[in-house]
Structure formats: structure tokens, C-alpha cells
Design a protein around this ligand. Structure first.
Ligand SMILES: Cc1cc2nc3c(=O)[nH]c(=O)nc-3n(C[C@H](O)[C@H](O)[C@H](O)COP(=O)(O)O)c2cc1C
Length: 199
């Protein structure tokens, strides 16, 4: 929130508000409470909602919360066009939302990624992480070795809780079409249902 207000004061054109559900470096507040608070705090600067959105329902929910647009990352990791290893895409498709957890093991800062053997082993070790950028440098050696050994299952698979909504690897075009069609469907459903219940 402090960051959003600071960005508004610096005169940016729009602000991305990313909830903790998101893949990558992330904070602690979930999208549902975060987005309306940022919308209120930076009004009239447009807010782009991020974190946990992977279908038309999520897009419409973000618009209802006051966002002007949405920003998706995890949903496109399983696109055929995405250069992520197929085995990492399969990890995402097979996992439920609980499998995408925050750990400092990768960079020394809180990153949400697929929780596999590495983040599990680090958590169990009780070891403290090094400060950024030293933890990342430490892990780069390990990741190079894992890649050289073909152990893509141990790779740093950054992804968010929206991974639980993803059921198959698909072309980006199909993902995009479903997002747009899904959002339109939800808006029409709301128009219809809300009119009935208000009548
Ligand atoms: C693989 C991956 C890499 C990312 N790298 C960055 C990055 O370098 N800088 C950044 O600001 N956000 C980064 N993000 C966060 C995205 O820009 C976006 O805010 C986030 O993916 C939205 O939430 P979602 O993952 O639930 O869709 C990354 C996200 C993913 C999934």
C-alpha cells in the first residue's frame, strides 16, 4: 500500500496491485483485500489487478473490485509458446493451489514457486537464507548442476496459486480466447442474475 501511494505521487500512468497469490516475488496481502484498498489509495490512477487470476471469473472479480485491467503471469506459463520446460509445465498442471508456496530459498526474498524437493529440503534444514543477491548466486550453481543432470523437476519453477486452476498445456491463443469468452460470460450472467434478484 505504501508503495502504491509512493508510485502515485511519482506520477505513474497506472499501478499494478499484486496479491500474495501471485507467482514470483510477492508480499503478504491477498488480492481480494489488496485491490480495493489500492484502488481507493491511488484514485484516480488506474489500477491493474494481478495475483491469482486465471479465468474469466477472476478478471470480472478484479473489475468489480475497482481495477481497470488485469495482469496475468501464471496462466500463460502452460502456453505452448512459453519457453518453460515441458516437465515444469506438467508440474503446474498436475498441482493444486497449495503446491505453490512462498520460500526464500531461491533469491533470499519471498518468492512463490512450485514447492518441490528443493524448497522442502531447505525448509526442513532450518538453515537461514543469505541476503539478496548471495542466496541467488548460491542457488545458481545448484540450478546449473540440476539442468546439466536433466533434473528439470528440481528447477526453479516460479508460479502462483492460480496454477490450481490450470488443467492442461495449451496454445496461448486458446488461453486468451477462454479468458475473454469467460469474462464476457460472467458479465452477462451477472447482468441477468442481478437484474432478477433486484427485481
Ligand atoms: C515465471 C514468472 C516470472 C516473473 N518475473 C517477474 C519479474 O521479473 N518482475 C516482476 O515485477 N514480476 C514478475 N513476475 C510477476 C508477474 O509480473 C505478475 O505480477 C504475476 O505473475 C501475476 O500473478 P499470477 O502469477 O497469479 O498471474 C513473474 C511471474 C512469473 C509467474
Amino acid at each position: 500500500m505504501r508503495n502504491a501511494v509512493r508510485q502515485r505521487k511519482s506520477g505513474v500512468d497506472a499501478i499494478v496491485a499484486q496479491g500474495t497469490e501471485a507467482g514470483g516475488h510477492t508480499g503478504t496481502v491477498a488480492s481480494l483485500p489488496l485491490i480495493p484498498q489500492v484502488v481507493d489509495a491511488v484514485n484516480p490512477t488506474p489500477v491493474i489487478a494481478a495475483g491469482g487470476i486465471a479465468d474469466g471469473r477472476g478478471i470480472v472479480a478484479a473489475l468489480v473490485l475497482g481495477a481497470q485491467a488485469t495482469w496475468l503471469g501464471t496462466a500463460f506459463l502452460v502456453a505452448d509458446e512459453c519457453e518453460l520446460f515441458d516437465s515444469c509445465k506438467d508440474q503446474i498442471v498436475a498441482a493444486d493451489s497449495e503446491a505453490f508456496r512462498v520460500s526464500k530459498v531461491w533469491t533470499g526474498k519471498t518468492v512463490r514457486a512450485f514447492h518441490g524437493e528443493i524448497s522442502q529440503a531447505w525448509a526442513e534444514s532450518g538453515l537461514p537464507t543469505l541476503e539478496t543477491p548471495y542466496q541467488r548466486i548460491l542457488m545458481e550453481d545448484f540450478l546449473s548442476a540440476a539442468l546439466a543432470a536433466g533434473r528439470h523437476d528440481l528447477f526453479y519453477n516460479i508460479a502462483g496459486q492460480a496454477g490450481g486452476l490450470l488443467k492442461a498445456r495449451r496454445p496461448a491463443r486458446d488461453i486468451m480466447t477462454d479468458l475473454v469468452d469467460g469474462a464476457v460470460h460472467e458479465i452477462r450472467r451477472l447482468q441477468r442474475d442481478v437484474r432478477i434478484s433486484l427485481a
